[in-house]
Write a protein that binds this ligand. Structure first.
Ligand code: AMP
Length: 135
C-alpha cells in the first residue's frame, strides 16, 4: 500500500520515534507546527476516524495521554492542542488516521480558528437536525 505512515510503521522509512506499543506508533512530525509536534498513529491502516474501530481510537488516546506529559516536560510547554484533520477538505494529507499533539506556549503566535455567529433560530434548527440524524 502506498501509505507513508504504513511505510514508517514497517520500518521502510525512518522516523524520530518517541513511543510504541502493540497498537500505536508515535513520532515527531517532519514539518512541525511547534517544537515537539508528535503524530500518534495506529499500526493498522484506517483511512480516517470514521473507519477506525473504537478500540483503536481508545488506544490512540491512551498513548496520547502517556506521551503528552513527557512532551510538555521536554519542550517546557505548559499546554498542547490535539488535532485531527479528518478528510481532505479538513486538511488531511496522509490518509492514515492520526492525532496531532502540538505543544503550545503563551505568545507562540499560532492562531486559533476564527469563530462565526449563527443567525436567529439557526442553531436550534441545526442542533435538531443533527440530533435527528443520530436516531
Ligand atoms: P495531515 O494533514 O493531518 O494528514 O498531516 C500529515 C502530517 O504528516 C503532516 O503534518 C506532515 O508534516 C507529516 N508527515 C508527512 N510525512 C512524514 C514523515 N515521513 N515523517 C514524519 N511526519 C510526516
Amino acid at each position: 500500500m502506498d501509505c507513508v505512515f504504513c511505510k514508517i510503521i514497517a520500518g521502510q522509512i525512518p522516523c524520530d520515534k518517541v513511543y510504541e506499543n502493540g497498537a500505536v506508533l508515535a513520532f515527531l512530525d517532519i514539518a512541525p507546527i511547534s517544537r515537539g509536534h508528535v503524530l500518534v498513529v495506529p499500526k493498522l491502516h484506517f483511512q480516517d476516524l470514521a473507519a477506525t474501530p473504537a478500540e483503536t481510537v481508545s488506544a490512540m488516546m491512551d498513548a496520547l495521554q502517556v506521551i503528552a506529559p513527557a512532551v510538555l516536560r521536554v519542550t517546557h510547554a505548559p499546554a498542547f492542542n490535539v488535532g485531527i484533520n479528518n478528510g481532505a477538505a479538513a486538511g488531511q494529507i496522509v490518509m492514515h488516521t492520526h492525532f496531532h499533539l502540538i505543544p503550545r506556549i503563551d505568545g507562540d503566535g499560532l492562531q486559533s480558528w476564527p469563530h462565526q455567529r449563527y443567525g436567529p433560530e439557526e442553531s436550534a434548527g441545526l442542533a435538531k437536525d443533527i440530533a435527528a440524524a443520530l436516531r
